[in-house]
Ligand binder design. Structure first.
Ligand code: PHE
Ligand code: NA
Length: 460
């Protein structure tokens, strides 16, 4: 691919547009889609929440994804330097790069608990393979999950393993191999979700689940729920963390940023909706609670796999693929922080990866303890909305719902108001009308929407 913008060939570019799409999809499709989306949908009443979430993806998420990729490709350096360079070129303040800094801090915190949940999924590979799902009923499956959470040692083991795998890849830079495996394993995850949805249609409660997911009842949606939907749009597309800037910095000039962002946004959304369609029929068929919280998929999908033909095989494969999807996301979380430490210190690539990985692993222990020994420790219980929230819940809440939207809003303001319109027009690759729509969304809609949701939440 050609390279303008004073690009240095030494930096290298993605081998193709497909390679870029795969990497971005690898980052975006993960636990956010399969684990988090269903459980927050259940907690926030279904339909209305899903509708707001879909609107946030279309109107805020996809446009910001384009803005971040633009900044990366225009700056051609690590996110913080890229933002400084783009600011210089447009005579804007270099202070805008705080948005990348907030994002990197968020990435670090997210990875610490993401790895713990990745560990849950890894533990379930073993359960699937040894036939533990077969003939399970809600009680046995619940007990299986309860036992896992109650055991700090087991959680630590899986968390450590997961984190080690992530550090390994980041320290060696095995990107090529990853690219290729995403091509096979992501579609495979998609197919297995379809299998699970297929089973879900036989439970007799599929219609109920569709109604739950797609018939909005705004009476069930709180303003806090709106914030969670907004935050999740950032989380699920890996936005507000400078990750897409980092990836964009390797993108060839011939690729349309607009089209790519739409493909990734739609794919990510489809995976989340499929996960919802696989899980909620099982919830209703077994009289489980939709708002069960973070354990939801681990308390429902094993029931489904335990009842379908070849369930052990499908169940095992499913959790293998989920771990893989989580792994490619986790790699993208670690990468920017490591790049930054590598640049600022003399530790080198693997030294930096090990240092950051170790610190992140250590912070993960806080999340592990939140699930058992510290499950009663709720530091912000004096505020109604944080009642019952452990350290783990709070880290999840503040990163996804405060830091990411804030960072994303700053990015939108910077791109929308400081970067020359002509340079955007040339680079973003949308024609005429569509460009105008994107520009308007970035300039006005995103900053105003985030600000309004923030203010309402502070007042409520
Ligand atoms: N987008 C990923 C997911 O949905 C999680 C993630 C968040 C990855 C932030 C990178 C950065 O699982
Ligand atoms: Na996602």
């Amino acid at each position: 691919p050609s390279a303008a913008n004073g690009d240095t060939s030494s930096r290298g570019l993605w081998s193709s547009r497909l390679a870029f799409i795969l990497a971005v999809t690898g980052s975006s499709v993960g636990l956010g889609n399969v684990w988090k989306f269903p459980y927050i949908t259940g907690e926030n009443g279904g339909g209305a929440f899903v509708l707001v979430y879909l609107a946030c993806i279309a109107v805020i998420g996809i446009p910001i994804l384009m803005a971040e990729v633009f900044l990366g490709r225009n700056g051609r350096h690590n996110p913080i330097t890229s933002m400084r360079l783009v600011a210089e070129r447009n005579l804007a303040s270099p202070l805008w790069r705080v948005s990348a800094i907030v994002g990197m801090i968020a990435a670090f915190v997210i990875l610490s608990f993401y790895s713990v949940i990745g560990g849950w999924a890894a533990a379930y590979i073993g359960h699937g393979a040894t036939g533990d799902f077969v003939g399970g009923n809600p009680d046995t499956i619940n007990a299986m999950f309860g036992n896992l959470l109650a055991s700090p040692g087991e959680l630590l083991l899986w968390h450590s393993l997961f984190m080690a795998l992530v550090v390994l890849v980041v320290s060696r830079g095995l990107k090529k191999g990853l690219e290729r495996s995403v091509t096979i394993l992501m579609p495979a995850l998609f197919v297995l979700l379809l299998v699970a949805v297929g089973y879900a249609t036989t439970t007799g409660h599929f219609g109920e689940a569709v109604t739950f997911l797609f018939r909005p009842d705004f009476g069930k949606l709180s303003i806090n729920g709106v914030l969670i939907a907004l935050g999740h749009a950032f989380f699920t597309l890996s936005l507000g963390m400078a990750i897409m800037m980092a990836y964009g910095s390797y993108l060839g000039r011939d690729v349309s940023i607009g089209r790519t962002a739409v493909i990734v946004g739609v794919t990510d959304t489809l995976v989340a909706l499929l996960a919802g369609l696989a899980i909620f029929p099982v919830v209703f068929a077994n009289n489980l609670e939709a708002g069960a919280g973070p354990g939801l998929i681990f308390q429902t999908l094993p029931l489904a796999f335990g009842q379908m033909p070849m369930g052990s095989l499908f169940g095992t494969l499913f959790f293998v693929l989920l771990v893989f999807a989580a792994w490619t996301s986790a790699i993208s979380l670690l990468e920017p922080v490591v790049e930054w430490v590598e640049e600022k210190t003399t530790l080198g690539r693997s030294g930096s990866a090990m240092l950051v990985g170790f610190l992140c692993w250590a912070l993960g222990i806080v999340s592990i303890l939140s699930l058992n020994l510290w499950s009663d420790v709720t530091p912000l219980a004096m505020f109604e909305r944080f009642e019952g929230k452990t350290f783990f819940d709070l880290m999840d809440y503040f990163t996804a719902n405060v830091m990411l939207p804030l960072s994303g809003m700053l990015t939108a303001l910077f791109v929308g108001w400081c970067v020359a319109r002509e340079s955007l027009k040339q680079d973003v690759g949308l024609d005429g009308k569509l460009f105008g729509v994107w520009y308007g969304l970035t300039r006005y809609v995103t900053p105003v929407a985030v600000a309004v949701v923030f203010v309402y939440n502070l007042l409520s």
